[in-house]
Structures are given as structure tokens and as C-alpha cells.
Design a protein around this ligand. Structure first.
Ligand SMILES: *[C@@H]1O[C@H](CO)[C@@H](O)[C@H](O)[C@H]1NC(C)=O
Ligand SMILES: *[C@@H]1O[C@H](CO)[C@@H](O)[C@H](O)[C@H]1NC(C)=O
Ligand SMILES: *[C@@H]1O[C@H](CO)[C@@H](O)[C@H](O)[C@H]1NC(C)=O
Ligand SMILES: *[C@@H]1O[C@H](CO)[C@@H](O)[C@H](O)[C@H]1NC(C)=O
Ligand SMILES: *[C@@H]1O[C@H](CO)[C@@H](O)[C@H](O)[C@H]1NC(C)=O
Ligand SMILES: *[C@@H]1O[C@H](CO)[C@@H](O)[C@H](O)[C@H]1NC(C)=O
Length: 567
């Protein structure tokens, strides 16, 4: 008896401390630089870039600036686009179409691509997993933004449409002067606002560090926005901005001081939202560009705030990473932990412009080669670790990306601090990077038994129950089970817009997993999602489900009103 008890105690202690060992595997080259990287099917990743110098060619011999990456063959297939997709924003909308908005101004008059700044690109839904016949649809004459933008955020809001936030009009380091676009618009336009934008005092106040503002839909339906070192709650319905506490200690996180941010997992019954911010820079943004240097240290600060009345009374809570980081990606994992990866220890985003960047060809220097794990459920002070994470030998700085795939590993690719492709041999320190890596958890590396979702509905309705057939290896049944409903985000510039994880209520009876879909469209804005089953810290592959009725935006409120605790 006593032996059994101590055996069980050891077992539960081991369980609580389970550390996943991760391994890098390099396979294939991306053909274009995945400046934007989006998971779109069980086997495909969509990548958007610019055309200059990419080795991947379209059938007509022109250089490609969009491609589908196949996770099984590790090869890219070029996609044809009309407008320049470089440094666009975007997200999925309620009917499953991936919308990419804005992009680069005209580079080479008379030659493709066309000016991307008012561009709207519609992709899918892609019905064939092989990617056959999946195309980017554009009709620039008839379907375009109200104004020109570059470096905006695209955020799916509770009515299933895309909120397009901010941006610049020209190639700029600091976003300031007459070329800023400190405004908000929607795709599709809201009734009565066709061809119009809403000006934003908040974005104006956040100049000159306000590109790709980090934005999240809260369970109240309001939008939380961070730009520079300031924050606000935006009410879409009343068009009102309410300021919340600044990020502490002068840390700035939007482009060109790119730190990363995530809405931490939302859990029933109250879905209290906490936002985590990591990395960025404490540099004074009144310093002229040429006074900034490639060796200016980034910050090691992570800070989080719970967006409830009690949480904002406490304010931001600061934690420290073992290293300083800028240009770092944050990848939400099905467990609810956040992987922090890529980036540099010093410098800034943007094309070479700061002091010292002419020599290196990059505004950032001292690449960060090792990931950091933020363990969401651990107590403060113990959440941040590098245990189990390997060191890479590939620098991934400006214009690199990392995304969770449907297979459940992390695709890590890109890096190009230069205005065009620069290949070795070169005197510049950080050549353009086309090699693709995967960061695999040990259970994928070792081909260990994982939970499997054997069959699933293709659509779930808000607040309704749905049944999935699953198989969980007996060895994993000793731990807890989580059902993670996720948007894997539109990854670009250290921003994973629309990244979201909602833990679903569930019961497991034999092989039947009965889940309850999110209560309403504020908890998960209607649109496509990936569902992962996690048992004892080991996650299944994801299955794609449409959340809501799958209709075109705007969708009316769906589901039921519930008591929540959210600003
Ligand atoms: C790379 O991917 C290809 C296609 O899936 C596969 O055949 C090959 O074994 C992989 N190589 C490595 C080193 O994993
Ligand atoms: C792709 O298009 C071709 C020609 O229209 C058609 O024959 C084929 O069935 C399509 N494939 C898929 C997977 O839809
Ligand atoms: C945010 O930045 C502004 C000006 O750049 C500064 O005045 C303010 O003190 C900063 N806030 C914090 C909390 O550091
Ligand atoms: C930046 O400005 C400060 C204050 O004037 C000066 O001490 C420093 O040398 C400057 N650095 C660069 C790289 O210009
Ligand atoms: C980099 O070189 C260009 C061209 O020689 C020059 O115009 C620019 O001022 C230099 N930038 C810096 C930060 O030294
Ligand atoms: C999804 O909705 C958008 C906006 O209304 C529309 O342009 C697009 O064609 C729709 N997608 C599909 C596949 O119908």
C-alpha cells in the first residue's frame, strides 16, 4: 500500500513536470520568403512575399511572390497574384475565406506586381488538401480598401468581418508625418461606411511606433489594441476608444520595435482574458533613426494584464525572459503554452537605416538561436523556461516567421533584412534565408502514440454540442484532457493576428468526445478553426471545423449571452 502510494506520488510529480524535448529538422527551401505565413489546410501553408529575386517561378517565367508550402513533400507551388502582397495583414472571415489586405507601393512602374496598398486578396476556402486548383482571387477595380495602407493589422471581429487597423503609406522606419494612415476600416464595409474610414486618436498618439498594432477580440466583443507603449479598448459599435494602462517601463512593441503579444487561452465559465506581451524595445522613440544602432539592446520584459475590472486595478505584471529579444514570434501551442522563437538580441525592425546597418545589411544584429517557452499554467516566476528547447544555427530575424501547423509541429522559415534577395557569397552578415525548419515535439520525433481525432463534424454551431470520434493511447489517460479550439493566426512581423485558443467543455465516453462549441461569437468570432485534443500534454493533429454557420460577413449575434468577466 505504502509502495503504491509513493509510486503514485512519484508518478504525479513526474506528470506535473513533464518537459517536452523539442528538435529542429531542416527540410526543403521555401522558394519565396514567407514574410506572411498562414496554416490553411491539413497539409498546406500559404506564404506571401515580394517578387524581387525569388528563385520560385510562375509557369509564365515571372518570379512568384506567393506560394503554397506542402508539409508532406516539403516543396512550394507558386501562386499567381496581381497586387503586391509584401507586408500585408489579414485573417480568415466568417465564410472561411482568407483575406489579405494592403501591401507594398508600386516598385517598378509598368511591371508587375501592381501597387498593393489598396489590395484585397481572397483565398479559398481551399477544398482540396493537395492544394490543387486553390488560387488567390483579386478584382482590384471593384474589391479594394477605402485608402492606401501598408503594415496594417487584420482582425476578425464578432460579426465575422475583418477590421483593418492602421498602417503607413510609404516605406518608412518611424511612422510619422503625412504618410501615416491612423484609421480603421472594415472588409466588407459596414453599412453606411462604404469607402470611408474611422480616424483613430489612439493610433495618432502611438506614433511613430504604431505599425501592425497588436489587437485582440475580448469576450465582451470589444477590441484590445496595443501600439507603441500604449493600450486601449475599442468599441466597434460605438466607435469609442478607452485608454488602459501603458506597458510598464517604457517598453514599445509595435513595428519597428516589434515585440510580440498573445491573448492567453480563454477558459469557461467566465473566459477572463489575459494578454501577454514579450520582447520589444525600451528605446526612446524620439531618437532620430540614425541615432539608433544595430547594437541597442532589446528588452527581456514579458508583461501580462488581465482585462477585467480587478485585473486592470492590479495592472501589468512583469516577468523576465532569460534573454533580451526583438522581432520574436509567439506561437500559441494546443496546450496553452506560448513558444517564443526567432528574432534578435539587439537592434530594430525595418530595412537597413539605423547606425551600423550599412555594414551588416540589417537593422537587427545578434540573432537569437534558442526558443523560450512561456508555461501559462505555472505560477508567476516559474513560467518562463528554455528547458527542452534546442539551439538552431540559422539566423531568423526581420521577415522570418513561425507558425503552428495542422500536424502539430512548428514551421520556422524566412529571414531577409534586405530590400531584395541577397544570396551568399556576400559581405553582408545575414543573407536571405530560404531553408525551412520544423520544430518538432518529442512525441512527433519519436513517433510516440498520440491522441487521434478519427472523425469530426465539419461545422459546429455556437453553444451546441458536437461529437468527435477519438482514440487516446491508454498511457496518456493518466493526465488531464483538454480540447483546444484554435485560430492559428496570420503570422507576419512578430504578430500573430487572430491567434486564439478557447478551451472547450467536454465529456469523454469511450471513444466519443462530446464538446460544447463556444457560447457565442464574442468568445470565438465566427470562422474557421482547428480543433486539437490534448491528453497528458501530448496533442493530436488538428482537424478543421467551421465555427458558426459559415455564411458571408456580417453575421448577426450567434449563440447565447452568458455571464462573462471581461472589459
Ligand atoms: C524531407 O522531406 C521529404 C518529403 O517528405 C522526405 O522524403 C525526406 O525524408 C525528408 N528528409 C528529412 C531529412 O527529413
Ligand atoms: C481541379 O480542376 C480541374 C480542371 O477544372 C478538375 O478536373 C479537377 O477535378 C480539380 N481538382 C480538384 C481537387 O478540385
Ligand atoms: C510611454 O511613452 C511615453 C512617451 O513616449 C512616456 O511619456 C510614458 O511615460 C511611457 N509610459 C510608461 C509606463 O513608461
Ligand atoms: C545618440 O545621441 C546621443 C545623445 O546625443 C549621443 O551620445 C550618441 O553618441 C548618439 N549615438 C549615435 C550612434 O549617433
Ligand atoms: C548607409 O549608406 C547610404 C549610402 O552610402 C547613406 O546614404 C546612408 O546615410 C548610410 N546610413 C547610415 C545609417 O549610415
Ligand atoms: C466570403 O465573403 C467575402 C466578403 O463578402 C466575399 O468577397 C467572398 O467571395 C466570400 N467567399 C466565398 C467563398 O464565397
Amino acid at each position: 500500500m505504502r509502495n503504491l502510494l509513493s509510486f503514485l506520488l512519484v508518478l504525479s510529480a513526474v506528470d506535473a513536470q513533464r518537459t517536452t524535448q523539442w528538435t529542429f529538422v531542416q527540410n526543403g527551401t521555401s522558394g519565396i520568403i514567407p514574410v506572411e505565413l498562414i496554416t490553411i489546410s491539413p497539409t498546406l501553408m500559404l506564404m506571401y512575399d515580394r517578387a524581387d529575386g525569388n528563385p520560385l517561378l510562375l509557369p509564365n517565367g515571372e518570379r512568384a511572390w506567393a506560394a503554397l508550402w506542402n508539409l508532406e513533400t516539403n516543396t512550394p507551388t507558386p501562386l499567381s497574384t496581381i497586387t503586391d502582397t509584401f507586408c500585408a495583414g489579414g485573417g480568415f472571415i466568417s465564410n472561411g475565406t482568407l483575406v489579405s489586405v494592403a501591401g507594398q507601393p508600386l516598385e517598378n512602374p509598368g511591371q508587375p506586381p501592381a501597387d498593393g496598398r489598396m489590395g484585397i486578396r481572397l483565398f479559398g476556402p481551399c477544398t482540396s488538401p493537395s492544394g490543387e486548383n486553390c488560387t488567390v482571387f483579386e478584382d482590384p477595380e471593384n474589391i479594394h480598401l477605402a485608402v492606401t495602407r501598408w503594415y496594417p493589422t487584420g482582425l476578425r471581429i464578432p460579426d465575422g468581418s475583418l477590421m483593418v487597423i492602421g498602417g503607413a503609406n510609404i516605406n518608412t522606419f518611424y511612422n510619422t508625418g503625412p504618410t501615416v494612415e491612423d484609421s480603421i476600416e472594415f472588409f466588407p464595409s459596414r453599412p453606411g461606411e462604404e469607402g470611408m474610414v474611422r480616424s483613430s486618436q489612439f493610433l495618432l498618439d502611438a506614433e511613430p511606433v504604431n505599425m501592425f498594432p497588436r489587437s485582440f477580440v475580448l469576450p465582451s466583443g470589444h477590441v484590445f489594441v496595443i501600439a507603441n507603449n500604449i493600450t486601449m479598448i475599442y468599441d466597434v459599435e460605438t466607435n469609442t476608444e478607452t485608454r488602459l494602462p501603458d506597458i510598464p517601463n517604457g517598453i514599445r512593441i509595435a513595428n519597428p520595435f516589434d515585440g510580440t503579444a498573445q491573448l492567453l487561452p480563454l477558459s469557461p465559465p467566465l473566459y477572463e482574458p489575459t494578454v501577454l506581451v514579450c520582447g520589444g524595445s525600451a528605446a526612446d522613440d524620439t531618437r532620430p533613426v540614425t541615432n539608433l544602432t544595430t547594437e541597442d539592446p532589446a528588452t527581456n520584459q514579458c508583461s501580462r494584464i488581465t482585462l477585467t475590472p480587478a485585473g486592470t486595478a492590479i495592472g501589468w505584471e512583469v516577468e523576465r525572459m532569460p534573454e533580451v529579444r526583438i522581432l520574436m514570434e509567439s506561437v500559441m501551442l494546443p496546450t496553452g503554452d506560448v513558444l517564443l522563437i526567432n528574432g534578435a538580441h539587439t537592434g530594430y525592425s525595418g530595412y537597413p537605416s539605423v547606425s551600423g546597418s550599412n555594414a551588416t545589411g540589417s537593422n537587427a544584429a545578434n540573432p537569437a538561436f534558442r526558443g523560450i517557452l512561456y508555461r501559462t499554467e505555472f505560477p508567476a516566476g516559474q513560467r518562463i523556461t528554455q528547458e527542452g528547447l534546442p539551439t538552431s544555427n540559422i539566423a531568423r530575424m526581420y521577415h522570418s516567421a513561425a507558425s503552428l501547423t495542422a500536424k502539430g509541429n512548428v514551421m520556422v522559415a524566412g529571414s531577409n533584412p534586405h530590400p531584395a534577395v541577397v544570396l551568399p557569397p556576400t559581405t553582408l552578415q545575414f543573407p536571405t534565408e530560404f531553408r525551412v525548419q520544423y520544430l518538432n515535439p518529442d512525441f512527433i520525433t519519436n513517433n510516440d502514440p498520440r491522441p487521434v481525432i478519427q472523425s469530426s463534424p465539419t461545422q459546429i454551431s455556437f453553444n451546441q454540442k458536437a461529437t468527435f470520434k477519438v482514440a487516446i493511447p491508454p498511457s496518456l489517460l493518466i493526465g488531464d484532457i483538454k480540447v483546444s479550439l484554435m485560430d492559428l493566426g496570420y503570422v507576419t512581423h512578430a504578430q500573430h493576428s487572430n491567434s486564439r485558443l478557447v478551451f472547450l467543455e467536454h465529456t469523454l465516453l469511450g471513444n466519443n468526445l462530446e464538446v460544447t462549441a463556444p457560447p457565442n461569437n464574442n468568445i470565438y468570432p465566427p470562422g474557421p478553426a482547428w480543433l486539437f485534443l490534448v491528453a497528458d500534454g501530448v496533442h493530436s493533429e488538428g482537424v478543421q471545423v467551421m465555427v458558426g454557420d459559415g455564411g458571408d460577413p456580417p453575421r448577426a449575434d450567434q449563440g447565447i449571452k452568458i455571464p462573462i468577466n471581461s472589459l
